[in-house]
Design a protein around this ligand. Structure first.
Ligand SMILES: [Zn+2]
Length: 440
């Protein structure tokens, strides 16, 4: 094994009053913060009054002992985790052999909620985090953070505010660059991620059995689960101005020609949400949208004069009935794309903040999968910002004849409350999805 995201020791190492934060060794190997020893030499490590937080590795998210002896005491382990390998082990610490000593006595384990960490066992309150390999010895457990107490009188080093890519790691998101750069998009990635997490957390309250409705925990639970981190990748794509989401990896790729706004990334999270809801066996968001038929209507006061907001409708007597995304109720206007809708296909196509992919395919007597998929991602995007009171669904419509500002529709929808109808449908669907998924 090769490793040691911060330190690899082959001698005699003593550490006191320190912080190891977000060190990583994601490939095969380990010791996100510290590896002791190698196959060639043994080391001795003694650590006290130190915080290990959010370190990750394939073996031993914080500590890996390959050869020699490690003792850690009066320290704190928080949210360290294994990463990137299905056979990996030891979110906090991994010891490769029962003949070696890795002793963790008198430490504080907040993620275990006062329980004694079980070597080889998973943590029921935060699965996959701060777990311990079977060859690790765990002694007495402290009731609180020892740093700053009589055991550790020297002040702990001050933490600095995380950078955007460090904060994204809190959400289990890894930034990868294969072409171009994410640098000028970091604040947008962060804004879209924070907003999505807050919306998911608000919806979670009262709908989830989890006791942790914090935005970060909810985002991880709903969008990632126990799988590998979500990858946001900047790359050269065949259609280089768009982003593409792959649910099962999971990964969002954006071409170097894509202007990735907070709305773009939230739309892509909509694709991921649809995939994740489908994985839970309760029906994906896109499937729920596809099967509404003509039942999602606006709230016009005269019932028999209500129109279909989205779903199966006869919008043109010459072509008969078909499923469509609808033109009313979105948070911004759009000139729809009317080809195969996998990206901008016409110079007149205009994606806007709240219609990132206004795909409109005339497909008689059938639901076109592309149109429904893109509509579901835009519905998620509008739902996120509507919950936050920062945009999203409007009781408006947009068409050039009455309005020149496509990003801020001013044309009233004639008392139909089409935005309210979309929002209410999304609230009921997401509520039902949480209720049906016991792991959410
Ligand atoms: Zn899309």
């Amino acid at each position: 094994m090769n490793g040691g995201g911060a330190i690899q020791n082959g001698g005699n190492l003593v550490i006191q009053n320190s912080i190891f934060l977000r060190n990583q060794f994601p490939v095969a190997g380990g010791g996100g913060a510290i590896q002791n020893g190698s196959i060639f030499d043994a080391g001795t490590v003694s650590i006290s009054c130190t915080l290990f937080e959010q370190n990750s590795a394939s073996y031993g998210g914080a500590l890996l002992n390959v050869n020699g002896s490690m003792n850690v005491f009066n320290s704190m382990f928080k949210n360290n985790q294994i990463a990137g390998n299905p056979f990996s082990d030891g979110g906090a610490a991994h010891n490769v052999s029962s003949t070696l000593n890795l002793s963790l006595n008198n430490n504080y384990w907040p993620t275990w909620n006062g329980a004694i960490p079980i070597p080889g066992g998973d943590n029921p309150s935060t699965p996959g985090q701060d777990t311990i390999n079977i060859f690790v010895t765990v002694g007495n457990v402290l009731a609180g953070d020892p740093t700053g107490t009589a055991n550790c009188p020297n002040p702990r080093p001050r933490r600095v505010a995380p950078t955007p890519d460090q904060e994204l790691l809190d959400y289990q998101i890894d930034l990868v660059t294969l072409a171009g750069s994410w640098d000028s998009y970091l604040n947008d990635l962060l804004a879209g991620t924070r907003n999505t997490a807050i919306a998911l957390a608000i919806q979670s309250i009262g709908n989830s059995i989890s006791t942790d409705d914090s935005p970060i925990a909810t985002f991880r639970r709903v969008m990632i689960g126990n799988g590998p981190n979500l990858i946001l990748e900047r790359d050269s794509l065949t259609n280089n101005t768009v982003c593409v989401t792959t649910g099962d990896i999971p990964k969002i790729e954006c071409g170097t020609g894509n202007t990735t706004s907070q709305y773009t990334i939230t739309h892509e999270y909509g694709h991921l949400f649809s995939y994740r809801t489908g994985q839970q066996g309760t029906g994906s968001l896109v499937n729920r949208m596809s099967t509404v038929g003509s039942s999602v209507k606006d709230f016009y006061p005269i019932i028999e004069e209500r129109w279909v907001v989205f779903g199966v409708t006869t919008r043109d007597s010459r072509i008969g009935s078909e499923w469509y995304r609808g033109l009313f109720g979105w948070g911004s206007g759009a000139i729809p794309w009317r080809s195969d809708c996998k990206g901008p296909v016409s110079p007149t196509s205009v994606p806007t903040n709240f219609q990132q992919n206004p795909c409109d395919i005339v497909n008689l007597a059938a639901v076109d999968p592309n149109e429904a998929e893109e509509a579901s991602a835009d519905m998620f995007l509008n739902w996120v910002y509507k919950i936050l009171g920062d945009g999203g669904f409007l009781n408006k419509t947009w068409y050039a004849a009455c309005d020149t500002n496509i990003n801020s529709p001013q044309c009233d929808d004639g008392g139909r409350q089409s935005g309210d109808a979309r929002y209410q449908w999304m609230r009921s669907q997401t509520s039902a999805t949480y209720a049906a998924n016991s792991s959410w």
